[in-house]
Ligand binder design. Structure first.
Ligand code: FDA
Length: 452
Protein backbone atom coordinates (compact mmCIF):
# COMPACT_ATOMS: atom_id res chain seq x y z
CA UNK A 1 0.00 0.00 0.00
CA UNK A 2 1.56 3.31 -1.12
CA UNK A 3 0.69 6.35 1.03
CA UNK A 4 0.73 9.92 -0.25
CA UNK A 5 -0.33 13.26 1.19
CA UNK A 6 -1.92 16.05 -0.82
CA UNK A 7 -4.08 19.12 -0.16
CA UNK A 8 -6.99 17.69 -2.16
CA UNK A 9 -7.90 14.18 -3.30
CA UNK A 10 -10.24 14.05 -6.30
CA UNK A 11 -12.27 10.95 -7.06
CA UNK A 12 -12.87 10.66 -10.82
CA UNK A 13 -10.88 11.81 -13.85
CA UNK A 14 -13.80 13.05 -15.95
CA UNK A 15 -14.18 16.63 -17.16
CA UNK A 16 -15.33 17.80 -13.69
CA UNK A 17 -12.54 16.17 -11.69
CA UNK A 18 -9.74 17.15 -14.07
CA UNK A 19 -10.98 20.75 -14.29
CA UNK A 20 -11.09 20.98 -10.49
CA UNK A 21 -7.59 19.48 -10.21
CA UNK A 22 -6.12 22.01 -12.66
CA UNK A 23 -7.86 24.94 -10.95
CA UNK A 24 -6.59 23.82 -7.53
CA UNK A 25 -3.06 23.43 -8.87
CA UNK A 26 -3.23 26.98 -10.28
CA UNK A 27 -4.19 28.20 -6.80
CA UNK A 28 -1.10 26.53 -5.36
CA UNK A 29 -2.74 23.44 -3.83
CA UNK A 30 -1.42 19.93 -4.39
CA UNK A 31 -3.77 17.25 -5.77
CA UNK A 32 -4.15 13.54 -6.43
CA UNK A 33 -6.79 12.37 -8.90
CA UNK A 34 -7.92 8.78 -8.40
CA UNK A 35 -9.67 7.19 -11.38
CA UNK A 36 -11.35 3.77 -11.33
CA UNK A 37 -10.95 3.10 -15.06
CA UNK A 38 -7.78 2.48 -17.06
CA UNK A 39 -8.36 5.75 -18.94
CA UNK A 40 -9.33 9.34 -18.21
CA UNK A 41 -12.44 11.07 -19.57
CA UNK A 42 -15.32 9.18 -17.96
CA UNK A 43 -18.29 9.81 -20.23
CA UNK A 44 -15.94 11.34 -22.83
CA UNK A 45 -14.39 8.55 -24.84
CA UNK A 46 -13.10 8.81 -28.40
CA UNK A 47 -12.01 5.44 -29.77
CA UNK A 48 -11.21 3.72 -33.07
CA UNK A 49 -13.56 0.82 -33.75
CA UNK A 50 -12.91 -1.33 -36.83
CA UNK A 51 -10.89 1.52 -38.33
CA UNK A 52 -13.45 4.26 -37.67
CA UNK A 53 -12.98 7.02 -35.10
CA UNK A 54 -16.13 7.16 -33.01
CA UNK A 55 -17.30 9.44 -30.22
CA UNK A 56 -18.57 6.76 -27.88
CA UNK A 57 -19.64 9.33 -25.29
CA UNK A 58 -20.22 13.09 -25.38
CA UNK A 59 -19.27 15.05 -28.48
CA UNK A 60 -21.32 18.16 -29.26
CA UNK A 61 -20.68 21.74 -28.20
CA UNK A 62 -23.38 24.42 -28.32
CA UNK A 63 -22.81 28.19 -28.55
CA UNK A 64 -24.03 28.95 -25.00
CA UNK A 65 -21.52 26.54 -23.43
CA UNK A 66 -18.90 29.17 -22.52
CA UNK A 67 -17.07 27.01 -19.98
CA UNK A 68 -16.50 24.23 -22.51
CA UNK A 69 -15.79 26.64 -25.39
CA UNK A 70 -13.14 28.46 -23.29
CA UNK A 71 -11.55 25.17 -22.23
CA UNK A 72 -11.46 23.85 -25.81
CA UNK A 73 -9.83 27.10 -27.00
CA UNK A 74 -7.39 27.23 -24.09
CA UNK A 75 -6.27 23.67 -24.85
CA UNK A 76 -5.63 24.68 -28.48
CA UNK A 77 -8.31 22.39 -29.94
CA UNK A 78 -10.23 23.14 -33.12
CA UNK A 79 -13.93 22.72 -33.74
CA UNK A 80 -16.00 22.04 -36.85
CA UNK A 81 -19.71 22.39 -37.58
CA UNK A 82 -22.11 19.49 -37.87
CA UNK A 83 -23.12 18.92 -41.51
CA UNK A 84 -26.59 20.41 -41.97
CA UNK A 85 -27.07 21.31 -45.64
CA UNK A 86 -30.22 20.06 -47.34
CA UNK A 87 -33.52 18.70 -46.11
CA UNK A 88 -34.22 17.21 -42.71
CA UNK A 89 -36.54 14.20 -42.39
CA UNK A 90 -39.55 13.69 -40.12
CA UNK A 91 -41.47 10.43 -39.87
CA UNK A 92 -45.00 11.11 -38.62
CA UNK A 93 -47.77 8.80 -37.40
CA UNK A 94 -48.39 7.72 -41.02
CA UNK A 95 -44.92 6.09 -41.03
CA UNK A 96 -43.94 8.12 -44.10
CA UNK A 97 -40.67 10.11 -44.34
CA UNK A 98 -41.43 13.79 -44.93
CA UNK A 99 -38.70 16.24 -45.88
CA UNK A 100 -38.58 19.65 -44.23
CA UNK A 101 -36.36 22.64 -43.61
CA UNK A 102 -36.38 25.03 -40.66
CA UNK A 103 -37.25 24.19 -37.10
CA UNK A 104 -40.90 23.14 -37.32
CA UNK A 105 -41.72 19.53 -38.17
CA UNK A 106 -44.00 19.04 -41.20
CA UNK A 107 -47.18 18.47 -39.21
CA UNK A 108 -50.73 19.69 -39.90
CA UNK A 109 -51.33 23.46 -39.50
CA UNK A 110 -53.38 22.79 -36.35
CA UNK A 111 -50.65 20.64 -34.75
CA UNK A 112 -48.08 23.26 -35.75
CA UNK A 113 -50.17 25.94 -34.04
CA UNK A 114 -50.40 23.88 -30.85
CA UNK A 115 -46.66 23.14 -30.81
CA UNK A 116 -45.86 26.84 -31.31
CA UNK A 117 -48.29 27.92 -28.59
CA UNK A 118 -47.04 25.42 -25.97
CA UNK A 119 -43.42 26.20 -26.88
CA UNK A 120 -44.10 29.89 -26.21
CA UNK A 121 -45.67 28.97 -22.84
CA UNK A 122 -42.67 26.80 -21.96
CA UNK A 123 -40.19 29.50 -22.95
CA UNK A 124 -42.00 31.91 -20.61
CA UNK A 125 -41.87 29.43 -17.71
CA UNK A 126 -38.22 28.59 -18.40
CA UNK A 127 -37.29 32.27 -18.43
CA UNK A 128 -38.57 32.54 -14.84
CA UNK A 129 -36.34 29.68 -13.66
CA UNK A 130 -32.83 30.06 -12.32
CA UNK A 131 -31.13 26.82 -13.50
CA UNK A 132 -28.91 26.93 -10.41
CA UNK A 133 -31.97 27.14 -8.13
CA UNK A 134 -35.09 25.85 -9.94
CA UNK A 135 -36.64 24.91 -6.56
CA UNK A 136 -36.90 28.60 -5.65
CA UNK A 137 -39.58 29.33 -8.27
CA UNK A 138 -42.91 30.05 -6.48
CA UNK A 139 -44.59 27.20 -8.42
CA UNK A 140 -41.68 24.77 -8.04
CA UNK A 141 -43.47 22.37 -5.64
CA UNK A 142 -46.52 22.18 -7.92
CA UNK A 143 -44.37 21.75 -11.06
CA UNK A 144 -42.41 18.98 -9.37
CA UNK A 145 -45.63 17.11 -8.51
CA UNK A 146 -46.87 16.65 -12.09
CA UNK A 147 -45.18 14.49 -14.69
CA UNK A 148 -43.90 16.05 -17.89
CA UNK A 149 -46.27 13.85 -19.88
CA UNK A 150 -49.33 14.71 -17.73
CA UNK A 151 -48.63 18.46 -17.92
CA UNK A 152 -48.34 18.35 -21.72
CA UNK A 153 -51.55 16.37 -21.99
CA UNK A 154 -53.27 19.03 -19.87
CA UNK A 155 -52.25 21.63 -22.49
CA UNK A 156 -53.68 19.81 -25.50
CA UNK A 157 -55.28 16.56 -26.64
CA UNK A 158 -53.29 16.65 -29.89
CA UNK A 159 -51.21 13.47 -29.47
CA UNK A 160 -48.72 14.29 -32.23
CA UNK A 161 -48.06 17.72 -30.68
CA UNK A 162 -47.53 16.16 -27.23
CA UNK A 163 -45.13 13.54 -28.57
CA UNK A 164 -43.08 16.13 -30.42
CA UNK A 165 -42.97 18.52 -27.47
CA UNK A 166 -42.23 15.72 -25.00
CA UNK A 167 -39.27 14.09 -26.64
CA UNK A 168 -36.98 17.15 -26.50
CA UNK A 169 -36.46 16.71 -22.77
CA UNK A 170 -37.63 13.07 -22.65
CA UNK A 171 -35.98 10.66 -25.11
CA UNK A 172 -33.52 13.27 -26.35
CA UNK A 173 -32.17 14.67 -23.07
CA UNK A 174 -33.14 13.09 -19.75
CA UNK A 175 -33.51 9.78 -21.64
CA UNK A 176 -36.26 8.56 -19.34
CA UNK A 177 -39.93 7.87 -20.13
CA UNK A 178 -41.84 11.16 -19.88
CA UNK A 179 -44.15 9.82 -17.12
CA UNK A 180 -41.16 9.25 -14.78
CA UNK A 181 -39.93 12.82 -14.27
CA UNK A 182 -41.56 16.10 -13.42
CA UNK A 183 -42.40 19.27 -15.29
CA UNK A 184 -39.89 21.06 -13.03
CA UNK A 185 -37.11 18.63 -14.03
CA UNK A 186 -38.01 19.23 -17.67
CA UNK A 187 -37.93 23.01 -17.19
CA UNK A 188 -34.50 22.74 -15.54
CA UNK A 189 -33.24 20.78 -18.55
CA UNK A 190 -34.49 23.56 -20.85
CA UNK A 191 -33.25 26.37 -18.57
CA UNK A 192 -29.78 24.82 -18.58
CA UNK A 193 -29.66 25.52 -22.34
CA UNK A 194 -31.15 29.04 -22.03
CA UNK A 195 -34.68 28.24 -23.27
CA UNK A 196 -36.94 25.43 -24.41
CA UNK A 197 -36.58 26.76 -27.97
CA UNK A 198 -32.77 26.42 -27.76
CA UNK A 199 -33.09 22.87 -26.54
CA UNK A 200 -35.29 21.78 -29.45
CA UNK A 201 -33.13 23.58 -32.01
CA UNK A 202 -30.68 20.89 -33.22
CA UNK A 203 -28.62 23.56 -35.00
CA UNK A 204 -28.08 25.21 -31.61
CA UNK A 205 -27.72 22.33 -29.19
CA UNK A 206 -25.77 20.06 -31.57
CA UNK A 207 -23.70 22.77 -33.18
CA UNK A 208 -20.02 21.87 -33.22
CA UNK A 209 -17.60 19.01 -32.59
CA UNK A 210 -13.94 18.97 -31.71
CA UNK A 211 -11.56 17.88 -34.48
CA UNK A 212 -10.00 14.60 -33.32
CA UNK A 213 -12.62 14.02 -30.63
CA UNK A 214 -13.89 15.59 -27.41
CA UNK A 215 -11.96 13.17 -25.19
CA UNK A 216 -8.91 15.29 -25.97
CA UNK A 217 -10.25 17.77 -23.39
CA UNK A 218 -9.78 15.38 -20.43
CA UNK A 219 -6.65 13.84 -21.99
CA UNK A 220 -4.93 17.24 -22.26
CA UNK A 221 -6.15 18.34 -18.81
CA UNK A 222 -4.73 15.10 -17.37
CA UNK A 223 -1.43 15.58 -19.23
CA UNK A 224 -0.92 18.82 -17.30
CA UNK A 225 -1.32 16.93 -14.03
CA UNK A 226 1.26 14.27 -14.94
CA UNK A 227 1.84 11.71 -12.18
CA UNK A 228 -0.91 13.20 -10.02
CA UNK A 229 -3.50 11.24 -12.03
CA UNK A 230 -3.68 7.61 -10.87
CA UNK A 231 -5.54 5.17 -13.14
CA UNK A 232 -7.08 1.82 -12.12
CA UNK A 233 -7.71 3.17 -8.62
CA UNK A 234 -11.38 2.74 -7.66
CA UNK A 235 -11.82 4.51 -4.34
CA UNK A 236 -13.27 2.02 -1.85
CA UNK A 237 -13.25 3.97 1.41
CA UNK A 238 -13.24 7.60 2.51
CA UNK A 239 -12.57 8.35 6.17
CA UNK A 240 -13.42 11.92 6.98
CA UNK A 241 -13.63 14.37 9.86
CA UNK A 242 -12.41 17.75 11.06
CA UNK A 243 -8.83 16.78 10.34
CA UNK A 244 -9.47 16.05 6.65
CA UNK A 245 -9.96 12.88 4.60
CA UNK A 246 -8.21 9.61 3.85
CA UNK A 247 -9.18 7.98 0.55
CA UNK A 248 -8.23 4.36 0.07
CA UNK A 249 -8.07 2.28 -3.11
CA UNK A 250 -6.81 -1.30 -3.38
CA UNK A 251 -3.19 -0.16 -3.40
CA UNK A 252 -3.09 3.56 -2.58
CA UNK A 253 -3.90 5.67 0.46
CA UNK A 254 -4.21 9.43 0.01
CA UNK A 255 -4.38 11.73 3.03
CA UNK A 256 -5.72 15.17 2.20
CA UNK A 257 -7.40 18.20 3.73
CA UNK A 258 -10.30 18.03 1.26
CA UNK A 259 -11.92 15.60 -1.15
CA UNK A 260 -13.97 16.17 -4.29
CA UNK A 261 -16.29 13.39 -5.42
CA UNK A 262 -16.26 14.09 -9.16
CA UNK A 263 -18.48 11.37 -10.55
CA UNK A 264 -22.13 10.55 -11.14
CA UNK A 265 -24.07 10.73 -7.82
CA UNK A 266 -25.50 7.24 -8.41
CA UNK A 267 -22.00 5.92 -7.66
CA UNK A 268 -21.50 7.52 -4.23
CA UNK A 269 -22.80 4.35 -2.64
CA UNK A 270 -19.90 2.38 -4.14
CA UNK A 271 -17.72 4.08 -1.52
CA UNK A 272 -17.76 3.25 2.21
CA UNK A 273 -17.75 6.48 4.18
CA UNK A 274 -16.36 6.41 7.72
CA UNK A 275 -18.28 7.82 9.50
CA UNK A 276 -21.35 7.36 7.29
CA UNK A 277 -22.56 10.38 5.32
CA UNK A 278 -25.37 12.33 7.01
CA UNK A 279 -29.00 11.18 6.79
CA UNK A 280 -29.86 13.92 4.29
CA UNK A 281 -27.25 12.72 1.76
CA UNK A 282 -28.26 9.07 2.27
CA UNK A 283 -31.80 10.02 1.40
CA UNK A 284 -31.21 12.45 -1.44
CA UNK A 285 -28.79 10.24 -3.35
CA UNK A 286 -31.48 7.56 -3.57
CA UNK A 287 -33.77 9.90 -5.48
CA UNK A 288 -31.37 10.34 -8.39
CA UNK A 289 -31.07 7.84 -11.22
CA UNK A 290 -29.36 7.65 -14.57
CA UNK A 291 -31.27 7.89 -17.84
CA UNK A 292 -30.53 5.34 -20.52
CA UNK A 293 -29.90 5.72 -24.23
CA UNK A 294 -28.02 3.68 -26.83
CA UNK A 295 -25.87 5.83 -29.10
CA UNK A 296 -25.67 3.99 -32.43
CA UNK A 297 -22.82 4.61 -34.88
CA UNK A 298 -23.14 3.49 -38.52
CA UNK A 299 -20.26 4.25 -40.90
CA UNK A 300 -20.65 4.04 -44.70
CA UNK A 301 -18.21 4.25 -47.65
CA UNK A 302 -19.69 7.68 -48.45
CA UNK A 303 -22.27 10.02 -46.87
CA UNK A 304 -24.84 8.73 -49.39
CA UNK A 305 -27.71 10.78 -47.93
CA UNK A 306 -26.01 14.03 -48.97
CA UNK A 307 -26.35 12.99 -52.65
CA UNK A 308 -30.11 12.80 -52.05
CA UNK A 309 -30.12 16.37 -50.78
CA UNK A 310 -30.53 15.26 -47.14
CA UNK A 311 -28.80 16.96 -44.21
CA UNK A 312 -28.78 13.75 -42.18
CA UNK A 313 -30.89 15.37 -39.46
CA UNK A 314 -33.92 13.18 -38.77
CA UNK A 315 -36.59 13.00 -36.06
CA UNK A 316 -39.58 10.92 -35.19
CA UNK A 317 -41.32 10.27 -31.89
CA UNK A 318 -42.74 7.17 -33.61
CA UNK A 319 -39.42 5.59 -34.60
CA UNK A 320 -37.15 3.25 -32.63
CA UNK A 321 -34.32 5.70 -33.29
CA UNK A 322 -36.12 8.91 -32.36
CA UNK A 323 -33.35 11.18 -33.74
CA UNK A 324 -30.35 10.74 -36.02
CA UNK A 325 -27.68 12.99 -37.51
CA UNK A 326 -24.80 13.18 -39.96
CA UNK A 327 -21.85 12.51 -37.69
CA UNK A 328 -19.09 12.23 -40.30
CA UNK A 329 -15.65 13.03 -38.97
CA UNK A 330 -13.77 16.13 -40.01
CA UNK A 331 -11.81 15.45 -43.21
CA UNK A 332 -13.10 11.85 -43.52
CA UNK A 333 -14.48 10.74 -46.90
CA UNK A 334 -16.64 8.14 -45.23
CA UNK A 335 -20.06 9.06 -43.94
CA UNK A 336 -21.16 8.39 -40.38
CA UNK A 337 -24.69 8.45 -39.06
CA UNK A 338 -25.41 8.60 -35.36
CA UNK A 339 -28.81 7.51 -34.08
CA UNK A 340 -30.25 7.28 -30.57
CA UNK A 341 -32.52 4.63 -29.04
CA UNK A 342 -33.81 5.81 -25.70
CA UNK A 343 -35.24 4.55 -22.39
CA UNK A 344 -38.00 1.91 -22.81
CA UNK A 345 -37.06 1.37 -26.48
CA UNK A 346 -33.48 0.71 -25.38
CA UNK A 347 -34.68 -1.80 -22.77
CA UNK A 348 -36.75 -3.47 -25.50
CA UNK A 349 -33.93 -3.94 -28.02
CA UNK A 350 -31.61 -5.28 -25.33
CA UNK A 351 -34.05 -8.18 -25.01
CA UNK A 352 -33.03 -9.17 -28.56
CA UNK A 353 -29.88 -10.88 -29.79
CA UNK A 354 -27.11 -8.53 -30.99
CA UNK A 355 -27.90 -9.37 -34.64
CA UNK A 356 -31.63 -8.80 -34.26
CA UNK A 357 -31.01 -5.53 -32.40
CA UNK A 358 -28.69 -4.28 -35.14
CA UNK A 359 -31.25 -5.24 -37.79
CA UNK A 360 -34.08 -3.44 -35.97
CA UNK A 361 -32.04 -0.29 -35.42
CA UNK A 362 -30.74 -0.12 -39.00
CA UNK A 363 -34.29 -0.74 -40.24
CA UNK A 364 -35.34 2.34 -38.28
CA UNK A 365 -32.49 4.41 -39.77
CA UNK A 366 -33.52 3.23 -43.25
CA UNK A 367 -36.94 4.84 -42.72
CA UNK A 368 -35.14 8.20 -42.69
CA UNK A 369 -32.35 7.66 -45.24
CA UNK A 370 -33.43 4.77 -47.49
CA UNK A 371 -32.31 1.15 -47.93
CA UNK A 372 -28.58 2.04 -48.11
CA UNK A 373 -28.68 2.75 -44.38
CA UNK A 374 -29.03 -0.99 -43.74
CA UNK A 375 -25.49 -1.77 -44.89
CA UNK A 376 -22.86 0.12 -42.92
CA UNK A 377 -19.20 -0.94 -43.11
CA UNK A 378 -18.81 -0.27 -39.37
CA UNK A 379 -21.58 -0.58 -36.80
CA UNK A 380 -21.25 0.07 -33.06
CA UNK A 381 -23.58 0.61 -30.13
CA UNK A 382 -22.41 2.71 -27.17
CA UNK A 383 -23.93 0.96 -24.17
CA UNK A 384 -23.16 3.02 -21.08
CA UNK A 385 -25.69 1.04 -19.06
CA UNK A 386 -23.16 -1.78 -18.91
CA UNK A 387 -20.29 0.46 -17.77
CA UNK A 388 -19.74 -0.21 -14.06
CA UNK A 389 -18.34 3.29 -13.43
CA UNK A 390 -21.19 5.16 -15.17
CA UNK A 391 -24.33 2.92 -15.29
CA UNK A 392 -26.43 4.82 -17.80
CA UNK A 393 -26.51 7.76 -20.21
CA UNK A 394 -26.42 10.58 -20.47
CA UNK A 395 -26.67 11.58 -16.81
CA UNK A 396 -28.62 11.47 -13.55
CA UNK A 397 -31.87 13.28 -12.77
CA UNK A 398 -34.33 13.31 -9.89
CA UNK A 399 -37.44 11.20 -9.61
CA UNK A 400 -40.89 12.83 -9.16
CA UNK A 401 -40.74 15.51 -6.46
CA UNK A 402 -37.05 14.94 -5.81
CA UNK A 403 -35.70 18.11 -7.39
CA UNK A 404 -37.78 20.42 -5.22
CA UNK A 405 -37.28 18.32 -2.09
CA UNK A 406 -33.55 17.57 -2.33
CA UNK A 407 -32.09 19.84 -5.04
CA UNK A 408 -30.90 22.56 -2.62
CA UNK A 409 -28.57 20.06 -0.88
CA UNK A 410 -27.18 18.31 -3.94
CA UNK A 411 -24.02 20.40 -4.19
CA UNK A 412 -23.64 21.22 -0.47
CA UNK A 413 -20.27 20.10 0.94
CA UNK A 414 -20.25 17.63 3.85
CA UNK A 415 -17.35 18.65 6.09
CA UNK A 416 -14.21 18.36 3.93
CA UNK A 417 -16.07 16.45 1.15
CA UNK A 418 -17.16 18.48 -1.89
CA UNK A 419 -19.16 17.33 -4.90
CA UNK A 420 -18.74 18.13 -8.62
CA UNK A 421 -20.37 16.55 -11.67
CA UNK A 422 -22.32 17.53 -14.78
CA UNK A 423 -25.35 15.91 -13.14
CA UNK A 424 -25.63 18.70 -10.55
CA UNK A 425 -25.01 21.68 -12.85
CA UNK A 426 -27.43 24.52 -13.61
CA UNK A 427 -26.17 25.94 -16.93
CA UNK A 428 -24.78 23.00 -18.90
CA UNK A 429 -26.72 20.46 -16.81
CA UNK A 430 -25.99 16.91 -18.05
CA UNK A 431 -23.33 18.29 -20.41
CA UNK A 432 -19.56 18.63 -20.43
CA UNK A 433 -19.99 22.38 -20.01
CA UNK A 434 -21.80 21.73 -16.72
CA UNK A 435 -19.08 19.30 -15.59
CA UNK A 436 -16.44 22.00 -16.15
CA UNK A 437 -18.56 24.60 -14.32
CA UNK A 438 -19.03 22.25 -11.35
CA UNK A 439 -15.31 21.41 -11.31
CA UNK A 440 -14.47 25.11 -11.17
CA UNK A 441 -17.06 25.76 -8.46
CA UNK A 442 -15.84 22.95 -6.17
CA UNK A 443 -12.24 24.08 -6.65
CA UNK A 444 -13.14 27.71 -5.84
CA UNK A 445 -14.95 26.75 -2.64
CA UNK A 446 -11.99 24.60 -1.50
CA UNK A 447 -9.52 27.41 -2.27
CA UNK A 448 -11.66 29.74 -0.18
CA UNK A 449 -11.99 27.21 2.67
CA UNK A 450 -8.26 26.48 2.62
CA UNK A 451 -7.53 30.15 3.25
CA UNK A 452 -9.82 30.52 6.24
P1 FDA B 1 -17.89 11.47 -15.66
O1 FDA B 1 -18.86 10.37 -15.43
O2 FDA B 1 -17.48 11.73 -17.06
O3 FDA B 1 -16.55 11.19 -14.85
C1 FDA B 1 -16.55 10.57 -13.58
C2 FDA B 1 -15.32 9.68 -13.45
O4 FDA B 1 -15.30 9.15 -12.13
C3 FDA B 1 -15.34 8.50 -14.40
O5 FDA B 1 -14.13 8.47 -15.14
C4 FDA B 1 -15.46 7.28 -13.47
O6 FDA B 1 -14.77 6.17 -13.95
C5 FDA B 1 -14.85 7.81 -12.19
N1 FDA B 1 -15.29 7.12 -10.97
C6 FDA B 1 -16.56 6.80 -10.59
N2 FDA B 1 -16.55 6.23 -9.37
C7 FDA B 1 -15.27 6.18 -8.96
C8 FDA B 1 -14.62 5.68 -7.80
N3 FDA B 1 -15.27 5.12 -6.77
N4 FDA B 1 -13.26 5.79 -7.73
C9 FDA B 1 -12.53 6.36 -8.71
N5 FDA B 1 -13.12 6.84 -9.86
C10 FDA B 1 -14.47 6.74 -9.97
N6 FDA B 1 -22.39 16.07 -23.20
C11 FDA B 1 -22.18 17.10 -24.06
O7 FDA B 1 -21.82 18.20 -23.63
N7 FDA B 1 -22.36 16.93 -25.40
C12 FDA B 1 -22.74 15.72 -25.93
O8 FDA B 1 -22.86 15.55 -27.15
C13 FDA B 1 -22.99 14.65 -25.01
N8 FDA B 1 -23.39 13.44 -25.48
C14 FDA B 1 -23.30 12.33 -24.65
C15 FDA B 1 -23.43 11.05 -25.18
C16 FDA B 1 -23.27 9.94 -24.37
C17 FDA B 1 -23.45 8.56 -24.95
C18 FDA B 1 -22.97 10.11 -22.99
C19 FDA B 1 -22.78 8.93 -22.08
C20 FDA B 1 -22.85 11.39 -22.46
C21 FDA B 1 -23.02 12.50 -23.27
N9 FDA B 1 -22.87 13.80 -22.78
C22 FDA B 1 -22.75 14.84 -23.65
C23 FDA B 1 -22.76 14.04 -21.33
C24 FDA B 1 -21.31 14.27 -20.90
O9 FDA B 1 -20.47 13.32 -21.50
C25 FDA B 1 -21.23 14.20 -19.39
O10 FDA B 1 -22.19 15.07 -18.84
C26 FDA B 1 -19.87 14.59 -18.84
O11 FDA B 1 -18.81 14.03 -19.60
C27 FDA B 1 -19.76 14.16 -17.37
O12 FDA B 1 -18.51 14.54 -16.83
P2 FDA B 1 -18.22 14.32 -15.27
O13 FDA B 1 -16.78 14.62 -15.07
O14 FDA B 1 -19.22 15.08 -14.48
O15 FDA B 1 -18.51 12.77 -14.98
Amino acid sequence: MVEITRDVVIVGAGAAGLTAANELRKAGLSVAVLEARDRVGGRLWTDVIDGAMLEIGGQWVSPDQDALIDTVAELGLETFSRYREGDNVYVGPDGVAHRFTGEMFPVSPETERVIAEVTERLDRMVSEIDPDRPWEHPDAAEWDAITWDAWLREQTDDDEAVRNLAFATGSAMLTKPTHTFSLLQSLLMAASAGSYSNLVDADFILDKRVVGGLQQVPLLLAERLGDDVHLNQPVRTIEWGDGGVTATTDDLTVRARFAILAHAPVLYNRISFVPALPRRQHQLHQHLSMGFVIKVHAVYETPFWRDKGLSGTAFSPYELSHEAYDNSNHGDERGTLVGFVSDANADGVFELSADERKERILESLSHYYGEEAKNPIVYYESDWGSEEWTRGAYAASFDMGGLHRYGPDLRAAVGPIHFACSDMAGAGYQHVDGAIRMGRLAAASIVEASRS
